[in-house]
Design a protein around this ligand. Structure first.
Ligand SMILES: Nc1ncnc2c1ncn2[C@@H]1O[C@H](COP(=O)(O)OP(=O)(O)O)[C@@H](O)[C@H]1O
Ligand SMILES: [Mg+2]
Length: 266
């Protein structure tokens, strides 16, 4: 049976980092236009999933499959995955000294266009788009002419990731805690950007701990990563439940007895 809207399919993915198996067997699907929220305790392997799909050499895929459309992602080098339309925003976006922000994004965009058989975008047209996008995302225009992330504040780094997302318009975007360090206006711009691209068919994996953001995104699916596997699947109600009870059974038990005590006391 054909699955026309299936964008990303991950099957039985096992990933080692250093000496450890961080992901044991991960299965997940992201249909076109869907928002999948990925939650999990610190160190559970959320960033590992993004890095492994992006092709970072420190995250060694031991077995399993990841298809983007009909293409086997795992057999390709990182730049080929990006050219196919995979975008991963880093939890901690690194400095790229000596590389101007606008040239960095335009080079990535034109590589993607070339892979799709399109002509490169003209430098002036790109700059006009980039200026308008920076303004919409509350970034000063001067940020386009500075080296990537160098001297950017925490929130500017995250908004800059958002600007890359807006200009590259990927097929699949993995946003790794992109909201952390962002102010309320940044989060509002993030929600608008995700909804806009989603309407055009971009699929998302959004990694976040922030319930208010998750609710505003109106996710199709919420997943919980635990012990190297997807341990729970649900919708926004699962995120609300995690916000109430926490990830660790000990914390959940504590919070239960705490609320029971409060009930007795009041
Ligand atoms: N580059 C790395 N080198 C060594 N250990 C790593 C590296 N990246 C991640 N890890 C380890 O892998 C585990 C999962 O990390 P990570 O995927 O960053 O978790 P999360 O994003 O869910 O907080 C952690 O124990 C972390 O210390
Ligand atoms: Mg992480």
């Amino acid at each position: 049976m054909s699955k026309p809207d299936r964008l990303l399919e991950v099957r039985d993915l096992r990933v080692d980092v250093g000496e450890r198996t961080v992901l044991r067997s991960v299965h997940l699907d992201v249909p076109a236009g869907a928002v999948v929220v990925l939650m999990g305790a610190n160190g559970s392997g959320k960033s590992t999933l993004g890095m492994a799909l992006a092709g970072h050499p420190a995250y060694r895929v031991r077995s399993g499959q990841a298809l983007l459309g009909r293409t086997d992602l795992l057999s390709l080098p990182a730049h080929e995955r990006a050219r196919l339309g995979l975008f991963v925003s880093f939890q901690a976006p690194p400095d790229v000294p000596g590389v101007k922000n606008n040239l960095f994004i335009r080079t990535a965009l034109n590589a993607q266009r070339q892979a799709n058989g399109q002509l490169p975008q003209d430098a002036f047209d790109f700059l006009a788009d980039a200026r308008a996008t920076a303004e919409r995302l509350g970034l000063p225009e001067s940020i386009l002419g500075r080296p990537v992330n160098e001297g950017f504040s925490g929130g500017e780094r995250k908004r800059n990731e958002l600007m890359q997302l807006a200009l590259l318009q990927p097929r699949l975007a993995i946003l790794d805690e992109i909201d952390s360090g962002m102010d309320v206006d940044g989060v509002r711009a993030l929600v608008a950007q995700v909804q806009n691209l989603r309407a055009q068919g971009t699929g998302f994996i959004v990694i976040s701990h922030y319930l208010q953001l998750i609710e505003q995104l109106q996710p199709d699916t919420v997943l919980r990563l635990d012990q190297g596997c997807i341990s729970q699947r649900g919708n926004a109600e699962l995120a609300r439940q995690i916000a109430r009870t926490g990830f660790s059974p000990a914390v959940a038990a504590q919070s239960k007895s705490f609320s029971a005590k409060r009930t007795v006391e009041t």
